[in-house]
Design a protein around this ligand. Structure first.
Ligand code: G6P
Ligand code: MG
Length: 222
């Protein structure tokens, strides 16, 4: 029998608008390298880890760089991102997140975090919500990043629940693929024309309705 044991959230673009801050920082790097980088490119990079994001940008510009330069570009991007997230505070939490978490707690559903970002713990503490999670995944400790299922599976393990009893929430195409590969029910946050592999899509977290999610989830098993 299937039960809703946990909901596992992505961070950037689901709980707060850091997806935009990653975009600003990558665009600065791309500009410096004379590579065009627009919102459409950024859509493909959502959920993709730092190294693979830089590889994508370099490939787009047909540019090859040595290891030292590659590392330097990664550092530059992250330094700018850290400056940008320094301003993050609890007011940056998306509308609907706290009421959603409250509904989950009321239903005894565990809450997990599965972000590809090595800065996830810092952002979560700046948002003032770290105490609300039952388990926070560590992007640095998994072998394969999204769209591989690793981070979602490691969070399910950390929460001590079976993946099939978990619901994942993502704003990124790569993230939705990771959830589906982990054999979980996928809720997309954003555009249903983009998040086509999600089982259910809400335009934003303020529309996230746990009763609707749970009903669709339990129905999906029958
Ligand atoms: C998230 C974001 C990506 C970002 C990745 C790595 O998945 O959606 O845009 O590249 O995290 O973030 P980091 O903070 O480790 O560079
Ligand atoms: Mg995201």
């Amino acid at each position: 029998m299937m039960t809703t044991d946990a909901v596992i959230f992505d961070l950037d673009g689901v709980l707060t608008d850091t997806a935009e801050l990653h975009f600003i920082a990558w665009q600065a790097i791309a500009n410096k390298l004379n590579i065009t980088f627009d919102k459409e490119d950024n859509e493909k990079l959502k959920g993709v880890d730092r190294e693979n994001s830089l590889k994508y940008i370099l490939a787009k510009g047909n540019l090859a760089v040595g290891t030292a330069k590659f590392e330097q570009l990664l550092k530059e991007k992250n330094d700018q991102y850290l400056t940008l997230i320094n301003e993050v505070n609890p007011s940056h939490l998306f509308d609907g997140v706290l009421s959603c978490f409250a509904a989950l707690k009321k239903s005894n559903v565990k809450i997990g975090l599965a972000s590809a970002s090595k800065n996830a713990s810092l952002v979560i503490s700046k948002l003032g919500i770290e105490h609300l999670f039952d388990f926070i995944g560590d992007a640095a400790s998994v072998a394969n990043s999204k769209p591989a299922p690793d981070i979602f599976l490691s969070v399910a393990h950390g929460l001590n629940v079976l993946p099939k009893n978990c619901i994942g929430v993502e704003d990124a195409v790569a993230g939705v693929r990771a959830i589906k590969s982990a054999n979980m029910f996928a809720v997309g946050i954003g555009d249903n024309q983009i998040l086509t592999q999600a089982d259910l899509v809400f335009p934003s977290m303020s529309e996230f309705d746990f009763n609707q999610v749970e009903t669709a989830f339990l129905l999906s098993a029958t």
